[in-house]
Design a protein around this ligand. Structure first.
Ligand SMILES: Cc1cc2nc3c(=O)[nH]c(=O)nc-3n(C[C@H](O)[C@H](O)[C@H](O)COP(=O)(O)OP(=O)(O)OC[C@H]3O[C@@H](n4cnc5c(N)ncnc54)[C@H](O)[C@@H]3O)c2cc1C
Length: 398
């Protein structure tokens, strides 16, 4: 069945809670519904959305938003060590994580609590706490809007990278609608405890059931990230910048100079220390964060202190710097502008502080952060959050 709503309000359809509208909202229940749609006859452009947890609506959207209501769990294979289960794109991703954990199937527990739906998870390659969804994806089933037929993608064809996939780029972007995702889950005990706090928590006794890991992950997330049910946000707002070694050295020098200037009578002489660390969402699977005090200055100030500038060395000599650290170095942690704020527990997140923020509030704070980081460190920030609005260039066209 297809449900069409014209002049539809989107406040309940995006986790930032932007009170904007779209010219047309279409929700569909099946691939057949999709194939029946005459896309050219709909208000343009046509964009597919999930739960709107990685989106910023920058104003009323003049086109059509498609949303999947395809919800199913289909067991495909049940072997001694693993199961294959296909899950509909419209299923809430965390419901799938809960289902897998409750059924003692390993693989999704570290991804517990990430907002959004299964379809978008496969587009975004969501990840957290030492796991990425690509690790458990066996196949992605899509509807090709140009060829008007169902096509399947093996993991290699999805070209998964850090929060990236072929579905985010031409020629697949906007053309392939995810219908369902085939997940490979393990019946054998297979906890992933690379992330420091998990390793510590289970140092004495390894988890025997995925629910144990899931519950801890949910607790950790609740202590660090805004609950979308209570505070509007779209999670990490900016991408972590990847810079040259030279630029990283410049960042360290600027940060050291700022520490030295702020110390009383110049007693605290900062010098650069290096520490391999990324924020929790940053560390690619297989590499771990090792930092203990990543944001601060170490030492008692008598003989100089070491400024620990967190970073992550990438192949080819490039360096990834946690955007959250750069924002904090600019003094913007917890900063408020209008109805928007930089989240005080995690500066990478911009929040709808009062619940009544308008797109202009979020955009003004976004610009403030970008300008401050550029002015202080010469680094150009790029938003991770996808902007969708009246500007015909911002959304991708289907
Ligand atoms: C508080 C908070 C915490 C978060 N924490 C994390 C985290 O730890 N790790 C992480 O990776 N992300 C995190 N996110 C970001 C977000 O949860 C993910 O990006 C999620 O996958 C978005 O899902 P969605 O259904 O809301 O998709 P949307 O935001 O609506 O859309 C995201 C993209 O997917 C496309 N899309 C959606 N559905 C389909 C479909 N069926 N077919 C084709 N394309 C589609 C859209 O066009 C868009 O490009 C967080 C967000 C919030 C608000």
């Amino acid at each position: 069945m297809i449900r069409r709503r014209d002049h539809y309000k989107l406040a309940g359809r995006n986790t930032f809670r932007m009170d904007v509208g779209c010219a047309c909202w279409i929700e569909y229940d099946s691939p057949e519904d999709l194939s029946e749609l005459d896309l050219a006859a709909l208000p343009q452009p046509v964009v597919h959305v999930g739960a709107g947890s990685n989106l910023l609506f920058t104003g009323d959207f003049p086109g059509t938003l498609l949303h999947s209501n395809i919800k199913y769990y289909k067991p495909v294979a049940d072997a001694e060590e693993e199961v294959l289960v296909e899950v509909g794109a419209g299923v809430v991703f965390d419901d799938f994580c809960a289902w897998a954990s409750d059924n003692e199937l390993w693989g999704a527990e570290n991804l517990s609590g990430i907002p959004g739906e299964v379809g978008a998870a496969a587009v975004q390659n969501i990840g957290a706490y030492g796991a990425e969804v690509k690790d458990i994806i066996a196949q992605v089933k899509c509807f090709d809007l140009e060829e008007r037929r169902i096509v399947t993608f093996a993991p290699a064809q999805c070209a998964y990278g850090y929060r990236d996939s072929a579905f985010k780029h031409a020629p697949l972007k906007g053309r392939q609608v995810v219908l369902g995702v085939l997940f490979r889950l393990s019946k054998a005990l297979r906890p992933r405890l690379d992330y420091g706090p998990l390793k510590t928590a289970f140092a004495q006794a390894a988890p025997a059931h995925p629910v144990e890991v899931r519950q801890l992950i949910l607790q950790i997330r609740a202590s660090k990230l805004p609950d979308p049910a209570l505070i509007g946000s779209a999670g990490s707002f900016f991408k972590n910048p990847v810079v040259s070694q030279e630029t990283y050295d410049h960042v360290v020098a600027v940060a050291c100079a700022a520490v030295a200037e702020a110390s009383p009578e110049g007693r605290l002489q900062a010098r650069a220390g290096r520490e391999e660390r990324c924020d929790d969402r940053e560390a690619p699977a297989g590499k771990r964060s090792v930092g203990r005090n990543p944001l601060g200055v170490q030492g008692d100030g008598k003989e100089g202190a070491t400024l620990v500038a967190p970073h992550f060395d990438l192949p080819g000599g490039q360096v990834k710097i946690p955007a959250a650290w750069l924002i904090e170095q600019c003094g913007l942690k917890g900063a408020r502008l209008g109805e928007a704020a930089v989240y005080d527990k995690q500066p990478l997140v911009i929040v709808n502080a009062t619940g009544t923020a308008r797109p202009a509030d979020i955009l003004a704070l976004e610009k403030t952060v970008i300008d401050a980081v550029r002015d202080k460190f010469g680094i150009e920030f790029h938003p991770e959050v996808e902007h969708i609005g009246p500007d015909p260039e911002t959304p991708k066209k289907i």
